[in-house]
Design a binder for this molecule. Structure first.
Ligand code: 5GP
Ligand code: ZN
Length: 115
């Protein structure tokens, strides 16, 4: 997708701090981190979100790399959270499938009130 910011990051057309990369996926630091560890893991190929008929093998590969990202970021022992905001109600703002890997502090239990 030519106007997709994460496609551009995957193609190396927009700079990002890359944490991990292989043929199928890339992980990079969130530009506006919400917690000390805030890394985004995406497939290089464009899918709008997790409901966008993503091939199971690709989804499997993507999720199989979560633990490695956590190790690389030093939160595999302390713990972390993964989040995939999806669609309007899910408050997805970048419409290229991505998994947030969040950690580096004891995360709050509550999701907070709806607004
Ligand atoms: P969403 O709200 O769609 O789940 O998350 C999108 C995330 O992408 C946000 O946390 C936002 O800070 C991050 N983001 C948006 N644009 C860029 C960018 O150009 N570079 C990087 N590294 N992160 C971005
Ligand atoms: Zn894209």
């Amino acid at each position: 997708m030519s106007d997709c910011i994460f496609c551009k990051i995957a193609a190396g057309e927009i700079p990002a701090t890359v944490v991990y990369e292989d043929d199928l996926v890339i992980a990079f630091e969130d530009a506006n981190p919400q917690v000390p560890v805030h890394t985004l893991l995406i497939p290089k190929q464009h899918y709008a979100n997790i409901s966008d008929d993503v091939p199971p093998e690709l989804l499997g590969h993507l999720f199989s790399k979560v633990g490695e990202i956590a190790r690389l970021k030093g939160v595999d022992k302390t713990g972390f959270r993964i989040v995939a905001n999806t669609g309007e109600d899910g408050r997805q703002t970048v419409h290229h499938l991505h998994i947030h890997v969040l950690g580096g502090l004891r995360l709050p239990i509550s999701m907070g009130p709806a607004d």
